[in-house]
Design a protein around this ligand. Structure first.
Ligand SMILES: [Zn+2]
Ligand SMILES: [Zn+2]
Length: 130
């Protein structure tokens, strides 16, 4: 591993740990490109090796893009409005009890679930009522 790659990896990890929301590779690139000699392809490569190592997780967002977030034991969820794409962080895990029930009923060991929960925000609901 050369120095440049290490720099990219460090930059990506710091961006992801400071971000409230999962980010796409493009968004990560936008945030770090001014700090050094980064290219989108090295970012993709680093993201891939992080994913393999279980350091980050990759999910598919509402607009069908791959988004990345740190794979922390702290479970957090994001409510996404399907109309205006507003995002709201919710604390705690609504799946916690549900996963236990699913495990019990199916014999599956649940190891992961999607971070995003989809809905329609109060503002969009109001607009819809008019
Ligand atoms: Zn909305
Ligand atoms: Zn959860």
């Amino acid at each position: 591993m050369n120095l440049k790659k290490t720099k990219t990896r460090e930059a990506i990890l710091s961006i992801l740990s400071n971000s409230k929301f999962p980010l796409t590779a493009d968004e990560i690139f936008e945030k770090i490109k001014s700090n050094g000699n980064f290219t989108l392809s090295t970012i993709y490569r680093s993201l891939f090796s992080f994913e393999i190592a279980g350091i980050i997780k990759k999910e598919v967002s509402t607009d069908k893009k791959s988004v990345y977030s740190l794979n922390t034991p702290m479970d957090k969820h994001v409510l996404v409005c399907v109309k205006c794409h507003k995002k709201v962080i919710i604390s705690g895990c609504p799946y916690h009890e549900a996963n236990k029930k699913i495990s019990h009923e199916t014999g599956f060991q649940i190891i992961d679930h999607n971070t995003e929960i989809y809905g329609i925000c109060p503002e969009c609901l109001k607009k819809g009522e008019k």
